[in-house]
Design a protein around this ligand. Structure first.
Ligand code: PLP
Length: 532
């Protein structure tokens, strides 16, 4: 058992602290089954898209064998496009995944008007990965499908699919790295610029801008539980000042798990009117977990960079699949043009830099610069995301798109039901009410231990508990004695005493246990207090 003193813990990141708690939880004093509710990795997966992917690989290999067949089929050739869609139809059996592939063909033909041979040719070559990704930014049909998926799941009825460029990336992680780099290289954000971050937030968004290479001035626009974790109007008003160059958002938030309300989206529109060159990055990875979700991108498309990831909904963190989306007419390109016109040395730098790969370097769009700069420009021609990953993303998207005309997507409904059930189980066993706001994604929940104490006991015990028990002591003991690992909230910008419980990673019965053990530890402190 590691002895953890509070001062040491305070100096560490919340990920490091959770790793230490986890180690101690495994040899907990009471010999209980260790439970880690600190992790955001889901414990479910989408099977349909994965099985369909396998079938496309089998089909593509059968096709490849028609042109070259050596060493008893170990070596095959290239795929012929003409008539390939019909051959795929013939290949399909009556299995569930093959029926899904049939639905995909119907949907993409009838609803999206995609050329079937081109689509199947792209998917077949893409799945076996026998060609460099061309075009670099995104495969043609994959982009159309991703656009349609984003529109259906995140825009709440606003039509933007035809006006959006998509760059598939190695997860949301790479999307963030590429964007921060590009904002610097293209001089959209300059050292010393002021940026706003809606806190509490996923720690990397707090840490990256602080790095010396970015040297940005960060200010936090925080939200509190008393406002149901929504930003209040006064915070939006702060963003109207043109000295605020950027606003970074996770929506629905991590750790608070709240979507920006309709009112908040109206405030965003006001902000963009007052501060027309503000740039917004919104990370909407949890969007589908909220009924009627609407992204900031759909209300301020020209100012917003949209990041999405397939990691959470489809249980695909190991695949590394996500994307960046931008509107075709956007402030990023306008700011680049302005910087270029204002400063000869910037103009020369951009010309030298991008003339290596394109004939009209100064016309290169922000999103294409992002692709080129993700590979140090020189390797722009092989910059695109691996084609198997692109096809996988398209297939995940299609599992949802084929339900476009149904009331809902049963997989997405199931994912919401899973986390909601765990959420209710957890709060019930802890003995307090959860939150039923429509904006609550319930992928995580933030629990304030001092507040729980007041709700379960009284104000006097809360006062005692708050002044005598440091939250890291409580969290440490929860792990070392009761075997439960949680994520501390303060590293993500919450007030002291908040713990983040992920509802994604454990079976429901472990949430019943977690709530029970938290209640038991609190009871232990309450006994101490009574004996004083
Ligand atoms: C989990 C998570 C992601 C997903 O990142 P990947 O690199 O795609 O796995 C993105 N953003 C936030 C805020 C997350 O919590």
């Amino acid at each position: 058992m590691k002895n953890l003193d509070i001062d040491t813990l305070k100096g560490m990141s919340n990920f490091e602290v959770a790793a230490l708690f986890l180690e101690n939880s495994e040899n907990n004093e009471l010999g209980l089954k260790p439970i880690n509710v600190g992790r955001g990795n889901p414990n479910w997966i989408n099977t349909t898209a994965r099985l369909a992917y396998n079938r496309i690989v089998e089909f593509a290999i059968q096709e490849s064998l028609k042109t070259i067949n050596e060493d008893e089929g170990s070596m095959a050739g290239y795929i012929e496009q003409t008539g390939i869609a019909d051959r795929l139809r013939e290949f399909l059996s009556s299995s569930k995944e093959d029926k899904f592939i049939g639905d995909v063909l119907d949907y993409t033909e009838k609803t999206m008007n995609l050329n079937q041979d081109e689509l199947v040719f792209e998917f077949s070559n893409g799945a076996i990965g026998n060609h460099y990704p061309v075009p670099s930014r995104s495969l043609i049909n994959v982009e159309k499908i991703l656009n349609r998926y984003l529109e259906q799941s995140l825009y709440n009825g606003v039509k933007l699919a035809d006006q959006t460029d998509v760059f598939p990336t190695e997860g949301g992680t790479a999307a963030m790295v590429y964007l921060f780099n590009e904002l610097k290289i293209s001089r959209i954000l300059q050292p010393g610029d002021t940026i706003a971050i809606n806190t509490p937030i996923f720690t990397p968004y707090l840490q990256i801008p602080e790095l010396s290479e970015f040297n940005l001035k960060e200010f936090n626009v925080s939200s509190d539980e008393s406002d149901d974790w929504q930003m209040i109007d006064a915070k939006f008003d702060e963003l109207k000042d043109p000295s605020v160059k950027a606003f970074f958002v996770v929506n629905p938030t991590n750790p608070a798990s709240r979507a920006f309300s309709k009112h908040a989206l109206d405030k965003i529109k006001e902000v963009v009117e007052a501060n027309p060159e503000i740039i917004i990055i919104t990370d909407d990875v949890y969007g589908t977990f909220v009924n009627g979700f609407q992204t900031i991108y759909s209300v301020a498309p020209k100012n917003t960079l949209l990041v999405y990831s397939f990691s959470k909904l489809y249980g695909a963190t190991g695949q590394r699949i996500g994307l960046i989306a931008t509107h075709k007419d956007n402030v990023f390109d306008k700011i680049i043009a302005k910087r270029t016109a204002e400063d000869e040395s910037v103009k020369k730098e951009f010309t030298d830099r991008y003339s290596l790969v394109v004939p009209n370097p100064l016309d290169m769009k922000f999103i294409d610069r992002t692709v080129a700069d993700s590979r140090e420009i020189g390797l722009y021609h092989t910059a695109g995301l691996s084609t198997p990953q692109q096809v996988m993303m398209a297939l995940f998207s299609l599992t949802s798109l084929i339900h476009e005309n149904d009331e809902s997507d049963p997989y997405i409904e199931a994912s919401k039901k899973v986390v909601d059930n765990r959420y209710q189980t957890f709060y019930k066993s802890m003995g307090i009410e959860g939150n039923s706001s429509i904006d609550n994604a319930k992928y995580y929940t933030l629990v304030n231990i001092y507040d729980v104490v007041e709700r379960k006991y009284d104000k006097d015990f809360r006062d005692y508990f708050e002044s005598n028990v440091h939250y890291l002591e409580f969290e440490g003991k929860l792990a070392s004695k009761y075997g439960v690992t949680v994520m501390d909230g303060s590293g993500m910008g919450t007030e002291d005493g908040y713990i983040r419980i992920s509802l994604a990673n454990q079976p429901a019965e472990n949430y019943a246990e977690t709530g029970k053990r938290i209640a038991q530890l609190l009871e232990e402190y309450h006994d101490q207090y009574k004996n004083k």
